[in-house]
Design a protein around this ligand. Sequence first.
Ligand SMILES: Nc1ncnc2c1ncn2[C@@H]1O[C@H](COP(=O)(O)OP(=O)(O)OP(=O)(O)O)[C@@H](O)[C@H]1O
Ligand SMILES: Nc1ncnc2c1ncn2[C@@H]1O[C@H](COP(=O)(O)OP(=O)(O)OP(=O)(O)O)[C@@H](O)[C@H]1O
Ligand SMILES: [Mg+2]
Ligand SMILES: [Mg+2]
Lengths: 255, 255
Amino acid sequence: MYECIAVASQKGGVGKTTTTVNLAASLVEMGKRVLVVDLDPQGGLTLASGHEPDALEKSVYDGLMKDEPLENLVLTTGFGADLIPSNVDLALAEIELVNAFARERRLAALLAPVRDAYDTIIIDCQPSLGLLTLNALAVADGVLIPVACEYLAMRAVKGILTFVKKVQAQANSQLKVIGLLPTMFDKRTRHAQETFDALKKTFEPKVRVIGTIVYRSIRFAESAASGESILTYAGSVPGAEAYRELAKALIRGEL
Amino acid sequence: MYECIAVASQKGGVGKTTTTVNLAASLVEMGKRVLVVDLDPQGGLTLASGHEPDALEKSVYDGLMKDEPLENLVLTTGFGADLIPSNVDLALAEIELVNAFARERRLAALLAPVRDAYDTIIIDCQPSLGLLTLNALAVADGVLIPVACEYLAMRAVKGILTFVKKVQAQANSQLKVIGLLPTMFDKRTRHAQETFDALKKTFEPKVRVIGTIVYRSIRFAESAASGESILTYAGSVPGAEAYRELAKALIRGEL
Ligand SMILES: Nc1ncnc2c1ncn2[C@@H]1O[C@H](COP(=O)(O)OP(=O)(O)OP(=O)(O)O)[C@@H](O)[C@H]1O
Ligand SMILES: Nc1ncnc2c1ncn2[C@@H]1O[C@H](COP(=O)(O)OP(=O)(O)OP(=O)(O)O)[C@@H](O)[C@H]1O
Ligand SMILES: [Mg+2]
Ligand SMILES: [Mg+2]
């Protein structure tokens, strides 16, 4: 199984945060020890885990830029994983890192002491390919790319794959592309199926389009508001099953 | 009417690009001369306008960083507005601008020669509050904030409003918040109405929640693939009417 998974795409709103929460929850349900890291200044993962970004005393920013030890940052979540939270302070890091020493290895250094304490670490990236996402890809051994089954999201895939190739060549040769995870697939529309078909035609066999599809359901937005994962909030929706399947495939080493 | 509108939010996938295309198309339909600017390295607006970001000889990056005159950058669109396109080169600008002179006024300088040639300029921002979005807010006299009617998008509103306040205080005192534009409102769900109600309760009367709601429709994703606006692709969907109403309200100075 991957020790560290980055969930990344520069396209906004494709389900990066939702995938991080629900994949982590599924792995926890199967007995794995999981740490999730919020690497987005919006603090979406922190919010979806039931915490208030503005109320944090310390966040991932302090770990990256102020040498705060990791154990002072870790919070619990409603879905059984541990969390390194974030808030708007993290936006400063993007600018401060530009002229910093070993700027893409800050996250790797922060996580190093706990790699053995968890079966896997999952990093939720912000919707841009800057220095924070570079930090995530430099420490990860796998990158999962959610793709909303809509035209503009599909067109964004080439951009993240190009960025990943650069990272593999210059910062982390161990990084593998786990695959493209189809999300927000609306069964009632032709457009979703057409986009999914185009995704397979354009990227396979070089890049895997993960067979597990996460169907669109309003329960996902509702579960984010509840601080729970979809598994406990609305465990019978098809999307919940999809994340459990994804977790199983990762545990079995099929992805 | 606003001379220059920035469409901004750090939350991804809330309809920034879709709003830029369809508001521009609605204003053109009402006889206005409109320029749209793609300030997102993903090139979503460029794609939705029927162009290929990777095939561009020059883009907004060249105008911002290489003193390329604007007239060498302007393209036409399928919805009657002019476009300054972008592609992945623009991602370099975010880093190159950090140590540049007058770094937040580069876009203002690029647009200055054509301000009189258009009734309004609309800038599509990327999903982050960095130097590119700062450039947009520094030149705009109005900022439109799309908010998907879902929990995580609502929670992101405070972040963009705080950023706007900073810009108003330090870079552009003329900048006004046009309002929060409710998007992707799914009539079939309670969650959308609850989010909309929470939006009004949390932000009004200080910030206007625009009464025109853009309802969810797959036709928006399809129209982006066609290079047309929703007005010509599927003009009878409720969302199309919403953008026309928004354009009217802007022309009449009601917003
Ligand atoms: N399968 C799904 N069906 C319906 N809604 C979904 C699904 N997955 C996520 N959502 C909702 O769509 C919105 C976007 O998802 P999310 O915030 O996870 O995307 P993101 O890629 O993390 O966004 P950002 O780019 O802003 O970080 C959220 O409101 C979320 O609750
Ligand atoms: N009212 C709507 N109903 C349904 N789908 C919509 C609506 N508005 C936009 N969309 C679709 O939702 C997706 C996200 O919209 P869009 O790309 O415009 O958001 P954005 O804020 O520009 O995203 P980014 O943060 O990546 O720049 C696109 O696939 C778009 O076609
Ligand atoms: Mg997110
Ligand atoms: Mg966009």
